[in-house]
Design a protein around this ligand. Structure first.
Ligand code: SAM
Ligand code: SF4
Length: 327
């Protein structure tokens, strides 16, 4: 029987983000410290079978219809395509967010296993700046990864750009041109207070209004209708594609949020900024029934707050950084 994963504000949750590992082959400054995090022990990560069981409960009992794989870097999890095939069998919209560096090797295999959509994170088109931001000299391979994703038939391919003032805000127009040239959707993301080094401050956030101002000098943009997706979207008036802006900080979209998350170590989170988690791994490993797990998930969602409070005095940073939660 399908019921809804509904919270106290009437929001129905249908979008599940699964972090498959906390490990990463990059060390982006806005996400991870240079030395990486203290990685979780392999045995503490959910197995593919455990991930599949939770996903199945969410899909079959609560009508979840979209799953996105994330991390850390999801493609560093060995044999990822096996998990992709298991989740694809649930007949959901199956997507992945990746830094793109392994896509030249893996794009075809993941596509064949049933992954349909892909978001590639790329914050600079300049090799020196890319290296400063990711602490890796891999721009050419990530660009190859974008092409590999297109060639493998992913549709759409989106490129996620975290825009930071004084860091890469002078590349907004370059990225828009890149998207139009390559046939990918560029999504500009506001910098969020989820960096491991805790360097975030509000004056580093390039806001939606500022991003749009940079673009409007060059392009004629027409607003598109908003959906439950995090990005507000515009199409180019000349028909050459679209852009999105994820304005989590300056124009939060909490009132239409339909996302829940599972961390690589099996903690269920009802909000990106949640300060409490539900230990699904303990339930899975201590003989809980599907009914028990479903009840725990529903209880967590029932207690979801109205929205995050970034920039307000009572905002509490989650104890985990973006790389541990999964974005
Ligand atoms: N490693 C993969 C990647 O980079 O795409 C997936 C995990 S990453 C944590 C997911 C998304 O979060 C990426 O698009 C990344 O750019 C974004 N992200 C990481 N830290 C962020 C921050 N402090 N503010 C905004 N977005 C952030
Ligand atoms: Fe790794 Fe992605 Fe975080 Fe960069 S944003 S450090 S690629 S998890």
């Amino acid at each position: 029987m399908t019921t809804q994963l509904i919270d106290g504000f009437g929001r129905v949750h249908r979008d599940l983000r699964i972090s498959v590992t906390d490990r990463c082959n990059f060390r982006c400054t806005y996400c991870m410290p240079q030395e990486g995090m203290q990685w979780q022990r392999r045995e503490d990560l959910l197995s593919f079978e455990e991930i599949e069981r939770v996903a199945q409960i969410l899909v079959e009992r609560f009508g979840v219809n979209a799953i996105r794989l994330t991390g850390g870097e999801p493609t560093v999890r060995a044999k990822l395509s096996i998990l992709v095939a298991k989740l694809a069998a649930l007949n959901v919209d199956l997507a992945m967010t990746t830094n793109g560096v392994t896509l030249p090797l893996l794009a075809n295999e993941l596509r064949a296993a049933g992954l349909t959509r892909i978001n590639i994170s790329l914050d600079s088109l300049r090799a020196d700046r890319f290296e400063q931001l990711t602490r890796r000299n891999e721009l050419p391979r990530v660009l190859e990864g974008v092409d590999a994703a297109l060639d493998a038939g992913f549709s759409p391919v989106k490129v996620n750009v975290v825009v930071m003032k004084g860091v890469n805000d002078d590349e907004i127009v370059d990225f828009a041109r890149f998207g139009r040239d390559r046939g990918v959707v560029v999504r500009f993301i506001e910098f969020m207070p989820l960096d491991a080094d805790e360097i975030w401050s509000n004056d580093q956030v390039m806001t939606q209004t500022e991003i749009l101002k940079s673009l409007s000098g060059e392009f004629d943009l027409v607003p598109l209708e908003r959906t439950s997706a995090p990005a507000t979207r515009w199409r180019y008036a000349d028909g050459l594609g679209e852009i999105g802006i994820v304005a989590s900080v300056s124009q939060s979209f909490c009132e239409s949020c339909d996302r829940v998350r599972i961390t690589a170590d099996g903690q269920f989170r009802n909000c990106l900024f949640a300060t409490e988690e539900t230990d699904v791994r303990a339930l899975l490993r201590n003989g809980a029934s599907d009914d028990d797990i479903a009840e725990a998930l529903q209880r967590s969602v029932s207690s979801k707050w109205a929205g995050h409070s970034i920039n307000q005095v009572h905002f509490i940073r989650p104890h985990r950084s973006m790389s541990e939660i999964g974005g």
